[in-house]
Design a protein around this ligand. Structure first.
Ligand code: ZN
Ligand code: ZN
Length: 164
């Protein structure tokens, strides 16, 4: 099968048997994403994987696997920690009109649905969205993280405090 490294994929370049794209995201991607979206919850990260693109008429099925780690801030103690990433995703991209066109009922309810426009698929944006979805709502550095003392601000994983 044809293999590709660029994450900008001209739709006409996807052959009938599908296209496999290597994913290798390091700091340079994540620092750019943070510049574009300062609200991103993760800082450094290293994510590898692959995505397989298949055309079904005008729809494009993306099946990917991502693994690596993200650096997240713990929602209790605010310390950064490395969270492992190991996830598969399936996504069906259909041509516009975009989210403003309203939700459509699909015959494949198991598939996540998204839109693309133009003749080039921006796989980087697709993967960025998937990584954002992987970030837990309340990341924890450990299940038993003791958090921060609300009175003195001590990081209770590192030090005990004498507050009552
Ligand atoms: Zn913590
Ligand atoms: Zn305290």
């Amino acid at each position: 099968m044809l293999k590709k490294k660029s994450l900008r994929v001209p739709i006409t370049s996807i052959p009938p048997e599908g296209l496999e794209v290597e994913v290798d995201l390091g700091d340079k991607y994540f620092s750019r994403w943070r510049e574009e979206d300062p609200g991103l919850e993760f800082s450094t990260a290293q994510i590898n994987g692959a995505a397989r693109l298949e055309k079904h008429g005008r729809d494009i099925l993306v099946r990917g696997h991502l693994q690596g780690h993200l650096q997240l801030a713990c929602s209790r103690c605010v310390e950064n920690f490395d969270a492992p990433v190991d996830a598969d995703f399936d996504l069906l991209l259909v041509p516009g009109p975009g989210p403003a066109g309203g939700e459509e009922e699909l015959s494949a309810p198991d598939l996540d649905l998204d839109y693309y426009s133009g003749e080039t698929l921006d796989l980087e944006a697709v993967i960025r969205e998937q990584i954002i979805l992987m970030v837990p709502l309340k990341p924890l550095c450990a299940d038993n993280c003791k958090g921060i003392c609300p009175r003195c601000g001590a990081v209770l994983n590192l030090e005990a405090c004498t507050c009552k």
